[in-house]
Design a protein around this ligand. Structure first.
Ligand code: FSO
Ligand code: SF4
Length: 549
């Protein structure tokens, strides 16, 4: 192979085709190689576990969790640490050997299930087991669509797991589906069906995470979050893991160290359980890709609980800590103990030696419009729709990213007719959540449900509205979808929406590079998926000649 690496799993893939020399995300070929081997080894383990399940046996919990953790590790911007990734591969191969022994008869298992190369062979193995190992570009495209969807699903499922919520049907699905991506007998139709099944299970995983979050921390409620800074030294916590947030808040009580949320941790403020901590001061910074500038100015330690990590700069790398699936060479990593507890005392000690954060902005943002809160306001919302005060909801959930074209989403939000309400979730919100878009009869024009997984809340709200308005089709609701995507969690959110029957989703800033022309055409034809155009044209497309704001 004449390419150093081949990765096209995120929206920022080079030239919209593939990263071949190095990733725009900072992923180097040697890391890409180990991640490819980890995916391959995990698929092999999944195939062996699927056979075990066919024999009527259920894998142990830690083995199920190994599969989903491995998938999380391979998501964009999660882990750049070669040693940590190699440890995952070694563990996976060792566990797989024990499963193969339990199986006895291994005839008919795919090559990945039988492979057990030692570390000296992994680099050489990588190009033969990566994305390009599948020659037919449509089959490759669909296998990757399914694989990325399962990666996203596994990430959400992991967050539920750390809160003690599991569902063996989800583990079984993850494993069986990974095994199917190795099965050469599956044709394009079977893989399309598998992608929609992945969306269906994605809804289940997001529902489980919603249950885990709300039963553990309460239902999100309307909350005003401060954007300024205090006088104490602080710790900035980023990523999506609310359990880490809880442990950090517990351990910082009475230490004189404040805690600030960054990027996808903003929605933590909306949960009642976190409001009792006086040192949870506010939100600092914006979407993940601004972190270099923001982390430098924060002055204190930063805890990355998941993606999105931007390779840290030398000036602050000694203040960046990782935990869970996240990792970066040169950053200290906090592991959980056998009881799941994490000791953040070293981060707190470092914070005490640091200057307080430098103020980036002042003011506040409002959020907390997850399903329970919105349904509590249902009467008001329904009345506003019936009276015509609200003409349309615009789902603009998803991810933010570096691409200049993403300015489109800010301009689109500004140009929306002022009788429309934006429903959002995920880091996509940072493109418009600080604009003064006002409210409609007390209902803010940007309703933030939470993290990207809280797109589930938006689906619950849509289904409730469908019921209230007595509609037989979700597409008859006054809702349009114009969403931004970046990494693989957004892929499972998209598949979940398709499974729910949502049509005509606009997806930007570009359609996925991993969709081959034929598969992209099939998605356009069957689901009405479209890219984004100019703000002016898209406003016309969605709203006709209605006057923009
Ligand atoms: Fe954003 Fe990153 Fe939450 Fe993603 S911080 S881009 S879709 O990890 O998961 O929304
Ligand atoms: Fe490129 Fe995205 Fe892959 Fe990184 S994750 S190497 S930016 S396609």
């Amino acid at each position: 192979m004449d390419t150093k690496m081949f990765c096209f799993q995120c929206q920022e893939t080079t030239d919209g085709v593939a990263c071949r020399d190095t990733g725009l995300c900072g992923k180097k070929p040697e890391i890409a190689a180990m991640l490819d081997v980890l995916v391959y080894a995990t698929k092999g383990l999944a195939a062996a576990l699927t056979r075990l399940r066919q024999q009527g046996k259920t894998p142990a919990k830690d083995i199920n969790q190994l599969v989903s953790t491995n998938l999380f590790v391979t998501i964009t911007n999660v882990n750049f640490d070669k040693e940590a990734i190699c440890e995952c591969i070694a563990n996976t191969l060792a566990v797989k050997q024990t499963i193969l022994q339990q199986l006895g008869d291994t005839a008919g298992l795919p090559a990945a299930a039988l492979w057990n190369g030692d570390r000296s062979t992994w680099e050489e193995k990588a190009p033969h087991v990566g994305v390009l190992a599948t020659e037919n570009e449509d089959i490759r495209s669909l296998r990757e669509l399914v694989t990325y969807g399962v990666k996203g699903l596994a990430a959400y499922y992991k967050h539920a797991n750390v809160l003690g919520f599991e569902d063996d049907a989800i583990d079984a699905f993850i494993q069986e589906t990974l095994a199917k991506t190795l099965d050469d007998s599956l044709d394009a139709n079977a893989l399309v069906a598998l992608a929609l099944e992945t969306g269906k299970m994605g809804v289940s995983a997001m529902a489980l995470l919603d249950k885990a979050n709300t039963q553990t921390y309460g239902n999100p409620e309307i909350t005003t979050v401060k954007l300024g800074v205090g006088k104490n030294p602080g710790i900035l916590i980023s990523g999506h893991d609310l359990k880490d947030m809880e442990m950090l808040l517990e351990q910082t009580q009475g230490t004189g160290v404040d805690v600030y949320t960054h990027s996808e941790m903003l929605p933590a403020h909306y949960y009642p359980a976190f409001k009792k901590y006086p040192n949870l001061v506010g939100n600092y910074g914006s979407a993940w890709w601004h972190q270099r500038e923001e982390f430098k100015k924060f002055h204190g330690p930063v805890l990355m609980t998941t993606n999105c990590i931007v390779p840290p700069q030398p000036s602050y790398i000694d203040r960046v800590w990782t935990t869970g699936a996240a990792g970066y060479p040169g950053c200290k990593h906090i592991k959980a103990g056998a009881d799941g507890k994490k000791d953040f005392s070293a981060i707190i000690a470092q914070a005490k030696t640091c200057q307080p954060p430098e103020e980036l902005e002042n003011g506040q943002v409002v959020g907390g419009f997850a399903h329970n809160q919105v349904l509590a306001l249902a009467e008001k919302v329904v009345d506003a729709v019936k009276s015509g005060a609200i003409s349309r909801f615009v789902v603009m959930a998803g991810c933010d990213g570096r691409a200049k074209e993403r300015e489109y989403f800010t301009e689109f939000a500004k140009a929306l007719p002022n009788d429309t309400v934006i429903l959002t979730a995920g880091c996509a919100k940072y493109r418009y959540n600080k604009l003064a878009l006002g409210d409609i009869g007390g209902i803010p024009r940007v309703l933030d449900a939470g993290q990207c997984n809280d797109c589930y809340s938006l689906a619950v709200i849509a289904l409730k509205l469908k019921e209230v308005f007595g509609l037989d089709d979700i597409n008859k609701l006054p809702i349009v979808f114009n969403i931004g995507w970046y990494e693989q969690k957004a892929v499972v959110v998209l598949l979940a929406l398709l499974h729910l029957g949502v049509k005509n989703i606009h997806l930007g800033p570009t359609l996925p590079g991993f969709l081959s022309p034929n598969i992209a055409a099939a998605l356009v034809q069957n689901f009405g998926i479209a890219g984004i155009g100019t703000v002016e044209n898209d406003i016309k497309l969605f709203f006709g000649d209605k006057k923009a704001a």
